[in-house]
Design a protein around this ligand. Structure first.
Ligand code: SF4
Length: 64
């Protein structure tokens, strides 16, 4: 599983970083970025929680 964060949608609220600090961080522009990819099986549940926590639907799951 991979994730894509649409920067134009991100408002830098930090909900994803608070939910999964091992997976998400802020880049130099103050937007969220994934720091651990691909997402491991054991992290999928918490990443899904982060996706749901995002108020602007900026995080998308990519299945490939
Ligand atoms: Fe950006 Fe969404 Fe993360 Fe907030 S929860 S920092 S809007 S990606």
């Amino acid at each position: 599983m991979k994730i894509e964060i649409k920067e134009s949608n991100c408002i830098g609220c930090g909900a994803c970083v608070a939910t999964s600090p091992d997976i998400f961080s802020f880049n130099d522009d103050g937007f969220a970025e994934a720091i651990k990819e691909p997402i491991k099986e054991e992290d999928i549940e918490i990443v899904k929680d982060a996706i749901e926590s995002c108020p602007t639907d900026a995080i998308k799951e990519i299945n490939n």
